[in-house]
Design a protein around this ligand. Structure first.
Ligand code: ATP
Length: 516
């Protein structure tokens, strides 16, 4: 008897075999088989880790940025020792590269062991379009899958599977007694057991489940480290400027390194561009605004000039430049709508927080990998001193002085231009212009008109025509944003779901595992 046979023989005694549970009364008519988890004898965990309520699994790898941090890899087990800091926890590594070492970890990189969030195949908050993008990214093999929250029915789950270059979606439903199923003839007490069963049998699915979909890159940490999360005035010496990325009205932007470890963007402000106290007051609020579609403000250097604003670094620069460079070579209508939806999602968060952007435009949206876009520069328009000398490499046509202040006239709602009435609804107007920029690959709005002519013509009810190739539904959205009365314009929440639902999510877009 070789080793494998011996293990199998041993397992026949040690492990329970596949059980058919007595059929629950509510399922009698369906004749549902309930499958329970069968331990895999060839996949015995390497090390036994003492579990407690404070034991977590790393979802992503993290490389220490300071001497007080702990490095770890995805899958390592960590024990939280002190969670009082909120976003950064003091932890001890129970396995992996830092085993038995202690240090700070970003709390959003870990999930409680045995929780749904800790499962490699569970993609919380990932939408159907994103699931398709992730599965089709080329890093996955046939059968790659993920389970996500269903968009059309809150509280329900969907299974997305890669099959022959196409992604199929199945609803994961629950019976009254809590059992999970994708096909009406087999139900499981837990999702883990459902996944395990369909990893061994296709049984109605298009393909047997393979490896979990590759996770995209790790999320942004909240703040640069545990001690900048609250004390975020950082020493200028901790910032190294590497490469100039661009310049705007108020200064230059560099790619930089914090503490010689962490890539960041550094906005250097021209002396006199703002009142430091005003900025610090605003920055206290901006720092608390956290959303995956908003650029995160990490830290500031306000002691001395120039003031540095340290933010998340985005690999593809401003959306305006990105659109102009592409001009339709790679970006398709789906990408354009998806980018618009991402901006609407970031803005819906600001709307919920009662915060006004005041300068929403493609130049103030930044692009990362895979067409991820994030809203930048929110709130800054309020603190910049508008009589600052605009002679810079920035676009001088954009901001025009009107009665002592400067506005990006073609993006600004009439009530904001005439009566200085900025509101989330004036942001909605700007959003309409931003969608126009996206649909025209970064064309200047009202291309044939001067700022003055635009102000005059808007008074008479004039609006821009539908850009060539732009679907009517999208143009209708722009026109809604440009309604005269601010209260008639949609909310960002509505704009977000309209754009996200553009690709019609009804039940017919799901596959049925029972029909095979
Ligand atoms: P304005 O000052 O008129 O708003 P702007 O938004 O283009 O113009 P900045 O915000 O100073 O000016 O940015 C200048 C350029 O620097 C951007 O166009 C972009 O290419 C680059 N940039 C700014 N922030 C980042 C960032 N976080 N990551 C990567 N690139 C950035």
């Amino acid at each position: 008897m070789d080793l494998r046979d011996r293990i199998v023989a041993c397992c026949q005694i040690t492990f329970p075999c596949l059980k058919k549970k007595p059929t629950p009364t509510s399922n009698e008519k369906r004749d549902i088989i309930v499958i329970q988890n069968v331990p895999d004898p060839f996949n015995v965990p390497q090390a036994t880790v003492p579990m407690s309520d404070n034991t977590y699994i790393a979802l992503y790898g993290y490389t220490a940025r300071t001497a007080e941090d702990l490095s770890f890899n995805a899958g390592d087990t960590l024990q939280a020792l002190d969670k009082s800091c909120g976003d950064w926890w003091l932890a001890r590594a129970l396995t992996g590269v830092s085993q038995n070492k202690q240090g700070y970890i970003p709390a959003n990189y870990v999930a409680p062991v045995e929780s749904l969030d800790a499962e490699l195949w569970y993609f919380a908050g990932v939408k159907r379009v994103d699931a398709e993008k992730l599965l089709l990214s080329g890093e996955n093999q046939n059968g790659a899958f993920l389970i996500r929250d269903c968009e059309s029915q809150v509280g329900e789950l969907s299974l997305s599977v890669l099959d022959q270059g196409r992604v199929k979606h199945y609803k994961v439903k629950r019976l009254d007694n809590g059992l999970y199923f994708v096909s009406s003839n087999r139900a499981f007490p837990t999702l883990k057991e459902l996944v395990q069963y369909y990893s061994n049998n296709d049984d109605g699915l298009c393909v047997r489940l393979g490896l979990p979909c590759r996770k995209s890159e790790a999320p942004q940490t909240h703040g640069l480290s545990y001690n900048t999360a609250d004390h975020w005035e950082i020493p200028r010496s901790s910032i190294q400027l590497m490469r100039k990325l661009g310049a705007g009205q108020f200064g230059e932007v560099y790619e930089g390194r914090w503490n010689n470890t962490t890539p960041v963007a550094v906005k250097t402000l021209k002396p006199g561009s703002m009142d430091s106290l005003d900025f610090l007051r605003e920055a206290q609020i901006m720092k608390k605004l956290r959303h995956p579609k908003l650029i995160q403000l990490y830290a500031v250097c306000t002691m001395g000039e120039p003031v540095y604003i340290i933010t998340e670094l985005m690999s593809n620069g401003s959306l305006h430049e990105y659109l102009q460079k592409d001009r339709g070579a790679h970006l398709r209508i789906n990408d354009q709508i998806e980018m618009s939806a991402q901006v609407a999602s970031g803005m819906a968060y600001l709307e919920q927080q009662n915060y006004i952007h005041r300068d929403l435009a493609a130049r103030n949206v930044l692009v990362g990998d895979n067409n991820v876009v994030k809203v930048a520069d929110f709130g800054l328009a309020r603190v910049f001193l508008k009589d600052n000398d605009p002679s810079s490499d920035g676009d001088e046509n954009v901001y025009e002085a009107r009665e002592g202040t400067k506005f990006p006239v073609k993006w600004t709602a009439p009530e904001a231009i005439h009566d200085n009435k900025f509101s989330i609804k004036s942001d909605v107007w700007s959003f309409g212009i931003l969608v126009y920029e996206i649909m025209t690959f970064g064309q200047m709005p009202y291309p044939t008109l001067t700022n003055y002519q635009v102000v005059q013509k808007l008074r008479t009810g004039y609006r821009m025509a539908c850009p060539p190739g732009c679907p009517k539904v999208l143009y209708d959205i722009m026109m809604e944003c440009w309604k005269d009365a601010p209260s008639d314009r949609p909310t960002f929440e509505t704009l977000q779901w309209k754009l996200e639902d553009y690709f019609d999510l009804d039940d017919s877009s799901y596959d049925d595992a029972s029909r095979y």
